[in-house]
Unconditional design. Structure first.
Length: 107
């Protein structure tokens, strides 16, 4: 029972954070799309660079299956890291901060 609620909490936080970050970026004039498939949320932001920016949150079950970890994968920067302990506001800030860094750099 705890496993399911922990997974549901992670899922709810990730979904809400990706949705809210997308809305904030859209309000700032960026074109965004959200995809949900294969145990992941993917936020795609179209920009004036060659490739769209992609920030994905993957749900990764632990080896023994009693936990679900949240791993961020930023395709354009080739970064991977866990955000298991991030709150919703921290996750929103992470999404927006990484995109702002990307949009002002020479990737």
């Amino acid at each position: 029972m705890t496993i399911i609620s922990a997974h549901n909490t992670s899922y709810t936080i990730a979904k809400s954070a990706v949705t809210k970050a997308s809305k904030q970026l859209s309000a700032a004039g960026y074109f965004t799309d959200i995809f949900c498939m294969d145990r992941r949320f993917r936020l795609v932001i179209n920009n004036d660079k060659q490739l769209p920016y992609e920030y994905a949150i993957h749900f990764i079950p632990s080896v023994n299956g009693d936990e679900t970890h949240l791993e961020v994968f930023i395709k354009n920067e080739q970064q991977r890291y866990f955000v298991d302990d991030f709150s919703e506001p921290e996750l929103i800030a992470d999404i927006i901060n990484h995109y702002q860094y990307y949009s002002t750099s020479e990737f």
